[in-house]
Ligand binder design. Structure first.
Ligand code: CAA
Length: 258
């Protein structure tokens, strides 16, 4: 399938998804959100894909936010619908994706852009990245999960500071806050993401998808993370990967997960 705003490339079971609206600094309009949501759905059904790397086209931006031009004239109800649709269609789907998604933050990650990166399971930033939630400078608040996921990652006090001041931070500060996993030179960004992806893909995909559910449960209203861990731990025992992983250990060989 081809998309208007997304480029796809699979290599060695790693799918690279590139948001491709460089003239608008890859801002997320509704079409791009719909396309991305479809890409995530299809990637989960595609047995050739084990890990996803998400990035932005060009060397200036990961994603500069939701498309401001699209929502500038919205009413209360339209604003709510925009936010709810984003949560349901894309941002929660990214967080709950059964395959790990690594955000390769290659420039501005602002507003909805940082919110998208924060929905991913981990983030690697290039040293030219600038991250922030500038929404209050536009008279709105983060609407794609930023008020929830930023405090989860960096703590409430620092999240409040970043949201209230609307300030941007660089990759090294983001690293020191735990907002990103690594800060690397721009030319090393994709290689660093692929290096992590390769380590992940040698492990059991079914176990990783169970781990994603268990880790996410900690942050879900009404869910008990420990109970979810017990459930997912049990579920692993019915998988071929569990048989292969434990047999390989006892036979002193490397596991070969299908
Ligand atoms: N929406 C729509 N268009 C955007 C955009 C956005 N979020 N960010 C950049 N663009 C467009 C600009 O309008 C410009 O297009 P034109 O050439 O047609 O005018 C083009 O991308 C290049 O941008 P600039 O000329 O502004 O580039 P710059 O280098 O001078 O500045 C920037 C870069 C600091 C990132 C600046 O573009 C900027 O501040 N962008 C907006 C960032 C922002 O506020 N993001 C939050 C959006 S609100 C949100 O995301 C809500 C939510 O949570 C749901």
């Amino acid at each position: 399938m081809s998309y208007n705003n997304i480029l796809l490339e699979v290599h060695d079971q790693i799918l690279t998804v590139t948001i491709n609206r460089p003239k608008q600094l890859n801002a997320l309009n509704t079409e791009t959100i719909s396309e991305l949501s479809l890409v995530i759905k299809e990637a989960q059904e595609n047995a050739d894909v084990k890990v996803i790397v998400l990035t932005g086209s060009g060397d200036k931006a990961f994603v500069a936010g939701a498309d401001i031009k699209e929502f500038a004239g919205f009413t209360i109800d339209q604003g709510k619908a925009l936010s709810a649709e984003g949560h349901n269609k894309l941002f929660n789907a990214v967080e709950e994706c059964s395959k790990p998604i690594i955000a390769a933050v290659n420039g501005f990650a602002l507003g909805g852009g940082l919110e998208l990166a924060m929905s991913c399971h981990m983030r690697v930033a290039s040293t030219n990245a600038k991250m922030g939630l500038p929404e209050v400078s536009l008279g709105v608040i983060p609407g794609y999960g930023g008020t929830q996921r930023l405090p989860q990652l960096v703590g409430k006090g620092k999240a409040n500071e970043l949201i209230f001041t609307a300030q941007m931070i660089g990759a090294d500060e983001a690293l020191s806050l735990g907002l990103v996993n690594y800060s690397v030179a721009p030319e090393e960004l994709m290689d660093k993401c692929f290096e992590i992806a390769k380590k992940i893909k040698n492990n059991s995909s079914s176990a990783i998808s169970c781990a994603i559910k268990a880790v996410n449960a900690q942050f879900k209203e009404g869910e008990d993370g420990f109970e979810e861990e017990i459930k997912q731990f049990g579920n692993c025992f019915a998988t071929d990967d569990f048989k292969e992983g434990t047999s390989a250990f006892m036979e002193r060989r490397k596991a070969d997960f299908k």
